[in-house]
Design a protein around this ligand. Structure first.
Ligand SMILES: O=C(O)c1ccccc1NCC(=O)[C@H](O)[C@H](O)COP(=O)(O)O
Length: 219
């Protein structure tokens, strides 16, 4: 199972999280988030290439201008662009075409969906042609980072072919619940605010036992 830790912001904290069995490091490019990265982090990341090797980088955007996304992909050497607002399939298609037809750095796309008490999974399928992954998060007051779970059983209605990350309020006490969850397209989980000791700062002491339990119980 793939593990994404989202909302990393502080250099020292990134160096604490990177040695853990985490596959994806999430950086937030949304100014209204308490987890938003600062532009100067790009230079620091470049200097840490060795320490961070093997870790894929995800950039999280909310209804951003396409130019902003493309610049961040280049500057922060992103592998995946997570679109967490109301971005349309056409928006995704445009970004993908730009990446494929020019010499700019190529990143895959992931569309995030906010799931409430009910959810129409037909909304997801038009993105399949452009997005490598989808992410199911909880509908809440904020675009993301609400720290609340939705009813994961709703995902049994998802019949798409695009693999997904399970997200939204997963916390240190939820390893057993994650392990019990089954879906043919489950690709990974996304961890964020419940593993924080301060906004944008993840606690290695919270992550380690959780990741250990997952590792020891995953086939
Ligand atoms: O985390 C944020 O502050 C955030 C703000 C705006 C858009 C997206 C954001 N986070 C994106 C993520 O992928 C989070 O991990 C996801 O929303 C789950 O967060 P949480 O409920 O805190 O586990």
């Amino acid at each position: 199972m793939q593990i994404k830790v989202c909302g990393l912001r502080e250099p020292e904290n990134i160096l604490e999280v990177a040695p853990l069995p985490v596959d994806w490091l999430g950086l937030i490019f949304y100014a209204n988030s308490p987890r938003a990265v600062k532009p100067k982090l790009a230079q620091w990341l470049e200097e840490q290439a060795e320490a961070l090797s093997g870790k894929k980088r995800v950039g999280v955007f909310v209804n951003a201008e396409i130019e902003e996304v493309l610049n961040a992909v280049h500057d922060f050497q992103l592998d995946l662009v997570q679109l967490h607002g109301e971005e349309s399939p056409e928006y995704c298609q445009l970004i993908r075409n730009l990446m494929e037809t020019t010499s700019m750095r190529k990143a895959k796309l992931m569309k995030a969906f906010q799931v409430g008490d009910v959810f129409d999974f037909n909304r997801v399928y038009p993105y399949a042609a452009h997005c490598a992954y989808v992410l199911f998060d909880t509908k809440g007051k904020h675009y993301g980072g609400n720290g609340e779970q939705f009813n994961w059983e709703l995902l049994q209605q998802y019949q798409g072919v695009t693999p997904f990350f399970l997200s939204g309020g997963i916390g240190p006490e939820d390893a057993a619940e994650v392990l019990a969850f089954r879906h043919p397209q489950l690709f990974g989980i996304d961890l964020n605010s419940k593993f924080e000791t301060a906004p944008g700062v993840k606690g290695p002491g919270l992550l380690k036992p959780f990741l250990e339990t997952l590792k020891n119980n995953t086939l």
